[in-house]
Design a protein around this ligand. Structure first.
Ligand SMILES: Nc1ncnc2c1ncn2[C@@H]1O[C@H](COP(=O)(O)OP(=O)(O)OP(=O)(O)O)[C@@H](O)[C@H]1O
Ligand SMILES: [Mg+2]
Length: 235
């Protein structure tokens, strides 16, 4: 990967995106273009629209107006079924509270996500194990989420998010529920992933986290982009 992204493929293109809830607008005219290989951190006060932005990019929420194009697909033209397939195949998502399935061990949590896109059970388990190994939690493959530490749960969730080799990895406060040491490990993991080319869109309240793993900072205020600047990563 080169440091000059100017010719890289556009992965996310938001044009004048507005999302209204009753009277108020959670997003109020957001235009944003993200190129392959970028690591974009979104910050902003509570209620500024950060999660809404991720949900719109993931096709979980439809904007009231404006367009969302991800990996060349115009989400506004897709049916709900198409959107569900799009999410499984193209998007990896990581959440503050992990969102693992409690009644499945770690390996199955990851493998299931691959099987849902049509990968055979055998291949899905092999790929899941390979990822758990890369993320340092292969030894926990038969453990249920309730018996994992927060940091381990998030590693399993990262493995699940990556299992279908998504065009875009979305993370909403991925360290918000972790102690500082596990949080740093997850941040380093995201940085490593970006350095091998994974495009990343990350929501965080934590400026230090943003500085550590993002190459660009977008600040939302009242549903608008108040600032959009490149970052020098701090080691
Ligand atoms: N499903 C919903 N129904 C009604 N209003 C909503 C809904 N989701 C979000 N909102 C409103 O939209 C605005 C933006 O919410 P959003 O969750 O995107 O903020 P956020 O920046 O992620 O905040 P936080 O940092 O607290 O997570 C808020 O005013 C919120 O109350
Ligand atoms: Mg939020």
């Amino acid at each position: 990967m080169t440091s000059d992204n100017s010719t890289a493929q556009v992965v996310v293109e938001l044009s004048a995106v507005r999302k209204e809830y009753r009277e108020s607008a959670a997003l109020d005219g957001v235009s944003l273009s993200i190129r392959a290989g970028e690591a974009v951190a979104v910050t902003g006060p509570s209620g500024s629209g950060k999660s809404t932005l991720l949900n719109v990019v993931a096709g979980l929420d439809r904007p009231t107006s404006g367009s969302v194009v991800v990996n060349g697909d115009d989400l506004g033209r897709m049916s709900e079924t198409d959107l569900a397939l799009f999410r499984r195949r193209r998007i990896g998502m990581i959440f503050q509270f992990f969102n693992l399935l409690d009644d499945l061990p770690a390996l199955d949590n990851v493998a299931l996500a691959a099987q849902l896109t049509g990968t055979s059970a055998g291949q899905a388990r092999a790929r899941a194990l390979e990822l758990l190994d890369e993320l340092g939690v292969a030894g926990r493959r038969n453990t249920y989420p309730a018996q994992l530490s927060g940091g381990e749960r998030q590693r399993v969730a990262v493995a699940r998010a990556l299992v279908n080799r998504p065009a875009l990895l979305l993370a909403d406060e991925p360290t918000g529920a972790l102690d500082s040491r596990s949080g740093e490990q997850v941040v380093d993991l995201l940085l490593d992933l970006n350095q091998i080319g994974q495009t990343l869109l990350l929501v965080t309240h934590d400026q230090a986290l943003a500085n550590r793993c993002a190459s660009r900072l977008v600040e939302l205020v009242d549903g608008r982009v108040a600032r959009d600047s490149s970052l020098e990563r701090t080691p």
